[in-house]
Every structure is written in structure tokens, then in C-alpha cells.
Design a protein around this ligand. Structure first.
Ligand SMILES: Cc1cc2nc3c(=O)[nH]c(=O)nc-3n(C[C@H](O)[C@H](O)[C@H](O)COP(=O)(O)OP(=O)(O)OC[C@H]3O[C@@H](n4cnc5c(N)ncnc54)[C@H](O)[C@@H]3O)c2cc1C
Ligand SMILES: NC(=O)c1ccc[n+]([C@@H]2O[C@H](COP(=O)([O-])OP(=O)(O)OC[C@H]3O[C@@H](n4cnc5c(N)ncnc54)[C@H](O)[C@@H]3O)[C@@H](O)[C@H]2O)c1
Length: 458
């Protein structure tokens, strides 16, 4: 039995904890069944955003007429795009390996529990007083053996399809269909209901639906009735909610129907660790599971499934394990963005959630045209929606749709983080006429709405 101070299962965001503990002189074992770095750099955030960079340029050329510029794309070297992305991915494992000092030992294999503090990997048994489970999630399996999930395209090995059908209406389905469609691969997105990006504020997802439908062929209310794979092609029968069916063909079929717990490989039955009804590991406020000294962080806890959330948790666990911190981590706000065109960024509560939870609020939706930079985009859909507590001007939610929303959102986040009061966004000085200036009229309107609400009370 090899003894360590700390064992980490899963070398995604928790790689940084291994590096930090190693630098602090702890003897660390990190176990990874695939490439070091985990989902984000190997088959998640980074490669998907690299692909979207190509989509962005292709869309700009295709839509140049909006600016009275007549242009066309001569050729898109799709092979090169995937070569570049695959090449990036191929360097990740060694890049992460270099982050570790001599105190960190890497074990390549599946880690599983023999007991609460003994882990088996390959034929070795390791033990430590502290064990961290950071095993992330995996895509929900595709409904046909030849169909893909996002894991199958990062890296993409083999022929690049000329057509693709994507099932789902969440982050991954939208981002990937945005890419494939923009670079000229015939793309069909199958959405089982009328709504797309369901978790966004309804007003924002309605704008998204209208604009995104101009770029991607979306079949709403549609599911796959039968799948037949023959001669390198999927022959599908698609069924609409009204009962009608159509034949549909594509070279590739990709399921992006959500992600699920990765705990099946961990042999948790050998421990006192408990899981919830969704199969995710239960933990207390300090990330500790039902087994003393065993912690769970990141996607493996099933809470947020966002890179920045996982990284933040891992950083805080480092404080608990290495700096004797006893404070729980409170995420004040959890922002996210969908990097499609149109781009969406969001933080806090949606109007629908505010209604459901009987929260007192006022709301405003303001377009971006007051900013000259925004006007120069020649787009009429971008808006900022605020949900504000009229009692104290607190921003309960902010939802944006428009180019660079994810960047613009950070000034709202900064205010929320330091002193959450929408009046700061009204009073601050903006660089004229930066795109961010579009937030000024949005804040002015939100403040006015709060004042109106309060005047009506007296
Ligand atoms: C296509 C895609 C795009 C995404 N885009 C974004 C984005 O733009 N922004 C964002 O915030 N988030 C995004 N995400 C989500 C983000 O990637 C995750 O939230 C983040 O990577 C979670 O980190 P983690 O360390 O918790 O888990 P992971 O990075 O998944 O790491 C877990 C690791 O554990 C390993 N493992 C699992 N079980 C075992 C075992 N038994 N033994 C050994 N090793 C094991 C896995 O191989 C994996 O390497 C995206 C995800 C996907 C799939
Ligand atoms: N930009 C980002 O931050 C980003 C990008 C990609 C992924 N992610 C993370 O990865 C996670 C997983 O992404 P995802 O898109 O797979 O999941 P998701 O939960 O966002 O979306 C899943 C979608 O699949 C649909 N669906 C589920 N079962 C279905 C079925 N049987 N038939 C048809 N549709 C079905 C759902 O209605 C939903 O629209 C996300 O929760 C997110 O946290 C984040």
C-alpha cells in the first residue's frame, strides 16, 4: 500500500489543487483515467470556443451585406480547422503534467474506492487521510451506437461529415450547431419542444429563438422516431408533436442531451459516501462527503457544471485542506454565457423564477442602440434585461443578448460583487461610445422603474 497525504481522483480543475499541495510539500497522488486537464481543455470549453472562433469569422463574411458589403466565402478548410483544434488538444496532457513538482505522482487509470480511505488504481492500492473526488460528469449516452456525443468530436478522428443532425436545446447543442452551420456543414437541430435554451429568461430565449433560427435549421417539437445507420449515413424518421413524420438523412448524428454523474466507476458501495437521487455525491458546506476526510468538488457534485464554478470550488477546497480555512464557500452569484451567435450572458434570477418564488421585483428591458458602437453592429435585437429589488436597488438578475454579452456582463458582476446596487451602473463614467456604454441607459431605466414603483407606494 502506497501512502500519501492527499489523493485526488480526476485531474480536471482539481489538477491545480494537486500542484498547489505538491508545492506546499504534501505527498500527492493524482489519478486520471484519460488526459490530464479534464473536460474543459480536452473536450469542453476550450476546444468548443476555438471552433466558435472560426464560426464567428464565417458569419461575419456571410452577413457582410448588413453593412452594404458584398462578399462571399471561397472556401472553408474544415479539415484544417479540425487539425488545429486536435493539435491543441494533443498538447494538453503534457502541458498539465509540467504543472506538477516531484511531490505529485500521477497514476493513469480508473480510481475506485476499496474502503473510505483506500483507493485502487490499476493493480495498486493507495491510501491517504484526505481524498478528493473531482471526477466531473460524462455526456448522457447517445441513443444509437454510431451516434456521437460532444466527447466524440474532441478530437475529431476520421472523416469530417458533410451533414450533421444535433439533438438537444441546451448549451452544447446550441454552441455546436452554431459552429457546424456557420462553417458550411449542413446542420439540423432537433428540439423536442418549442423552447430553446430553456433555462434562460423567457424573453431572452424568445429573442434567441428568432435570431438563431435565421442561422441554423431548427426543427421544433421534433424527436427521432427511428434511426437506421447504413452506408455511412443516418436515415432517420423524425416525428413532430402533431404526429406527422418525415424522413431525414445526415452523415453524423450528435446527442447533446445533458451530462450525468461519473460516480459509477468509483465503487462507492465500498464506502459510507452517499449519493442523491440524481446519482451525484452528497456533501456538507465544507465539501466533505459522508466519509470523513473524503471531499467532492466541481461537476462531480452536480451543482453548477461550469468551469468557473469548479475552479472556484477547487481553489476554496485548497484553503480548507492547506490553510485550515473553516469557512464554507458562498457563491454570491453564478454567471454563465452561451457563446453562440447571438451570444447570451446571464446572472441571477430570471423573471419566471422571481414570479415562481414570489420575489418582489421590477424589471426593465433596454435595447443597446444608444451606444454608437452597438449601433455600428447594425443589429436590432440586442437587449439588457434587469430584474431589480425595488426596496433597495439590488440587482437580482441581469440577462443580456447581443455580441460580447459575456464581456459586457462583467461590469454588472463587478458591481454585484462589491456593492450590489444598480445605481452604481447609472452613476459610473463610461468610455464613450464603447459597447459597454449600452449598459448606461439600461441602468438609468432600471433606476427610474424602481423610483416609479416607490412613488406609486406613497
Ligand atoms: C462541450 C462542452 C463545452 C463546455 N463549455 C463550457 C464553457 O464555455 N464555460 C464553462 O464554464 N463550462 C463549460 N463546460 C463545462 C466545463 O467543462 C466543466 O464544468 C468543467 O470542466 C468541470 O471540471 P471538473 O474538474 O469538475 O470535471 P472534469 O473536467 O470533467 O474532470 C474530471 C476528470 O475526472 C476523470 N475521471 C472520472 N472518473 C474517474 C475515475 N474513476 N478515475 C480516474 N479519473 C476519473 C475524467 O476523465 C476527467 O478528466 C463545457 C463542457 C462541455 C462538455
Ligand atoms: N457556455 C457554457 O458555459 C457551456 C457550454 C457547454 C456546456 N456547458 C455545461 O455543460 C452542461 C451540459 O450541456 P448540455 O447542453 O449537454 O446540457 P443542458 O442541460 O444544457 O441541455 C440538455 C438539453 O437536451 C434536451 N434533452 C434532454 N433529453 C432529451 C431527449 N431525450 N431528446 C431531446 N432533447 C433532450 C433538454 O431539453 C436540454 O435542452 C451544461 O449544463 C453546462 O453547465 C456550459
Amino acid at each position: 500500500m502506497k501512502k500519501f497525504d492527499l489523493i485526488i481522483i480526476g485531474a480536471g480543475r482539481a489538477s491545480s489543487l494537486a500542484a498547489r499541495a505538491g508545492k506546499a510539500g504534501k505527498k500527492v497522488a493524482i489519478i486520471e483515467k484519460s488526459s490530464l486537464g479534464g473536460t474543459c481543455p480536452n473536450r469542453g470549453c476550450v476546444p468548443s470556443k476555438l471552433l466558435l472562433g472560426y464560426a464567428h469569422v464565417a458569419n461575419a463574411i456571410k452577413e457582410s451585406n448588413r453593412h452594404f458589403i458584398d462578399s462571399s466565402i471561397n472556401n472553408i478548410d474544415v479539415k484544417k480547422i479540425f487539425e488545429q483544434t486536435n493539435n491543441y488538444i494533443s498538447k494538453i496532457d503534457s502541458h498539465y503534467e509540467r504543472k506538477f513538482n516531484e511531490n505529485v505522482q500521477i497514476f493513469k487509470g480508473v480510481g475506485s474506492f476499496v474502503s473510505n480511505n483506500v483507493i485502487k488504481v490499476n493493480d495498486e492500492e493507495l491510501s491517504a487521510p484526505k481524498i478528493v473526488i473531482a471526477t466531473g460528469t460524462k455526456p448522457i449516452k447517445a441513443a444509437h451506437e454510431k451516434a456521437w456525443t460532444s466527447d466524440d468530436i474532441f478530437p475529431l478522428i476520421g472523416d469530417i461529415p458533410k451533414s450533421i443532425t444535433i439533438v438537444g436545446a441546451g448549451f452544447i447543442a446550441c454552441e455546436l450547431s452554431s459552429f457546424f452551420s456557420a462553417i458550411g456543414i449542413k446542420t439540423t437541430l432537433l428540439v423536442r419542444s418549442q423552447r430553446i435554451l430553456n433555462n434562460e429568461d423567457e424573453d431572452i430565449s424568445a429573442i434567441f429563438k428568432k435570431e438563431f433560427s435565421k442561422k441554423v435549421d431548427i426543427k421544433f417539437d421534433t424527436t427521432i422516431q427511428t434511426t437506421n445507420y447504413e452506408n455511412n449515413q443516418f436515415n432517420l424518421i423524425l416525428e413532430n408533436k402533431d404526429g406527422t413524420t418525415i424522413k431525414h438523412q445526415s452523415e453524423a448524428l450528435l446527442y447533446a442531451t445533458g451530462r450525468e454523474s461519473n460516480t459509477d466507476s468509483l465503487n462507492l458501495e465500498n464506502t459510507s459516501i452517499q449519493i442523491d437521487e440524481r446519482g451525484f455525491i452528497k456533501r456538507d458546506a465544507l465539501f466533505e462527503t459522508n466519509a470523513k476526510g473524503v471531499y467532492v468538488v466541481g461537476d462531480a457534485s452536480g451543482k453548477y457544471m461550469l468551469q468557473h464554478a469548479a475552479a472556484y470550488e477547487v481553489n476554496h477546497l485548497g484553503k480548507i485542506l492547506l490553510e485550515e480555512c473553516t469557512e464554507p464557500l458562498h457563491f454570491k452569484y453564478m454567471p454563465h454565457a452561451v457563446f453562440t451567435e447571438p451570444e447570451i450572458a446571464s446572472v441571477g434570477i430570471t423573471e419566471q423564477k422571481a414570479k415562481e418564488q414570489n420575489i418582489l421585483y421590477v424589471t426593465t428591458t433596454t435595447n443597446w442602440i444608444a451606444s454608437a458602437k452597438a449601433m455600428s453592429l447594425r443589429l436590432d435585437y440586442p437587449v439588457t434585461k434587469f430584474i431589480i429589488n425595488p426596496k433597495n436597488y439590488e440587482i437580482l438578475g441581469c440577462h443580456m443578448i447581443g455580441p460580447e454579452s459575456s464581456t459586457m456582463m462583467h461590469q454588472v458582476l463587478a458591481v454585484m460583487h462589491i456593492n450590489n446596487d444598480v445605481r452604481h451602473l447609472k452613476e459610473m463614467l463610461y468610455i464613450h461610445p464603447a459597447l459597454s456604454e449600452a449598459l448606461l441607459p439600461a441602468a438609468v431605466e432600471a433606476v427610474r422603474e424602481v423610483e416609479k414603483y416607490n412613488e406609486n407606494l406613497v
